[in-house]
Design a protein around this ligand. Structure first.
Ligand SMILES: NC(=O)c1ccc[n+]([C@@H]2O[C@H](COP(=O)([O-])OP(=O)(O)OC[C@H]3O[C@@H](n4cnc5c(N)ncnc54)[C@H](O)[C@@H]3O)[C@@H](O)[C@H]2O)c1
Length: 343
């Protein structure tokens, strides 16, 4: 296993849900001073008083070095790095909030903003890197991290791997070293588009895979969906300027396999319920947490249409969720398209 030499940083995490808390625990165990903030004060109180996040990661003990902060200002005061882990629908507003406090960060070091959020921006369908570029411009170094990473496993230190992407090639390895340890392999790339596409689109295919399993189709069918799902993800990736090689890595194929096969995935569970004939509202109430794939399906569908990318599975998932298309009819439609048109 690699031993990594790294500088120790003061890091502010924005969003104390499943992922923000897992990243916070991970970076704290790597020796960094980690402050976590959320708009939900109850979650922060829980972190400080019980060293748990019982709402999002019940039963997981957090390192004592991970401290909850009641305001973003106090969390960002003199820190050198900010990690944003809010849902994609609020990424735009969260980045703007962070930008307005950038002057509070350690003036000795260039500010580094990293996001673990996955998805397209709400309504606009922009890549999150486009939002970050627009908000931060040249005022900060920006990067994103993605891979097959259920928060519940990451917080337990079970081994996994990630892609860390930044256009700032010069800073890539130093940023990756923040995260590297004996259970986290972190690969680096400047293909920030390719790294984001996996996370933005895989939830849609996970819903499809869940639907297929809920309909009691077999593992052959699930594999067919994953494989053809990857093909349509990559058509969108290439249309947006990402590299196929990147999508074949951890943030693409890795995360797709995880989300389509792991029952910890809220998106897969949404699909399972739909395939089993349950109503959307009932399934969402049962899951009891935000299911980002609902938004991903809408955004991915519209981005694909705008760019004229052939995405038959995404289209069917969108119509099931938003137009009441029965799941079995969607399956028949997909089979009827056949291989000739699907490249
Ligand atoms: N859960 C995972 O295993 C996992 C793994 C990798 C990436 N992600 C990505 O991380 C992002 C967050 O997912 P999650 O599972 O942690 O979501 P979550 O629903 O568990 O938690 C989201 C948290 O963000 C907080 N929040 C909402 N708006 C905010 C704002 N404006 N400022 C500060 N906090 C705000 C909420 O109060 C909540 O605590 C998503 O884009 C997801 O795709 C999640």
């Amino acid at each position: 296993m690699n031993k990594v030499s790294r500088d120790i940083h003061t890091i502010a995490i924005v969003g104390a849900g499943s992922w923000g808390t897992a990243i916070g625990a991970w970076l704290s165990r790597n020796g960094h001073k980690v402050r976590i903030w959320d708009i939900d004060q109850a979650v922060i109180d829980d972190v400080n008083q019980t060293h748990c996040n019982s709402r999002y990661l019940p039963g997981c003990k957090l390192p004592s070095g991970l401290q909850g902060f009641t305001t973003l200002e106090s969390a960002m005061q003199s820190c050198t790095i900010v990690v944003i882990a809010v849902p994609s629908r609020v990424f735009d507003s969260a980045t703007r909030q962070v930008k307005s406090h950038l002057h509070l960060m350690d003036p000795q070091k260039p500010p580094v903003i990293i996001w673990g959020t996955k998805g397209f921006a709400s309504a606009s369908g922009h890549l999150l890197s486009d939002i970050a570029d627009r908000v931060f411009g040249e005022t900060a170094i920006t990067a994103t991290i993605a891979g097959p990473s259920f928060a519940y496993e990451v917080i337990q230190g079970l081994p996994t791997g990630f892609d860390l992407a930044s256009r700032s090639e010069h800073n890539l390895e130093a940023i990756a070293n923040l995260f590297r340890n004996q259970t986290a392999l972190v690969y680096t790339t400047t293909d920030i588009v390719g790294v984001q596409i996996g996370g933005a689109t895989k939830n849609v295919i996970a819903i499809a895979a869940g639907i297929s399993d809920g309909l009691k189709f077999g593992i052959n069918t699930r594999s067919l969906l994953i494989c053809r799902g990857f093909a349509e993800m990559n058509r969108l990736n290439v249309a947006l300027g990402g590299q196929t090689e990147t999508l074949m890595g951890l943030s693409g194929m890795g995360d797709l396999l995880l989300t389509c096969t792991g029952d910890l995935s809220r998106n897969r569970r949404l699909g399972l319920g739909l395939g089993a004939g349950k109503q959307l509202d009932t399934i969402l109430a049962e899951i009891g947490q935000e299911v980002e794939g609902l938004q991903s399906a809408r955004e991915t569908y519209h981005v694909g249409r705008r760019l004229d990318v052939f995405m038959p599975m995404t289209e069917r998932v969108y119509r099931i969720l938003y137009e009441g298309l029965p799941p079995m009819q969607a399956a028949h439609e997909l089979l009827a398209i056949g291989p000739s048109l699907s490249e």
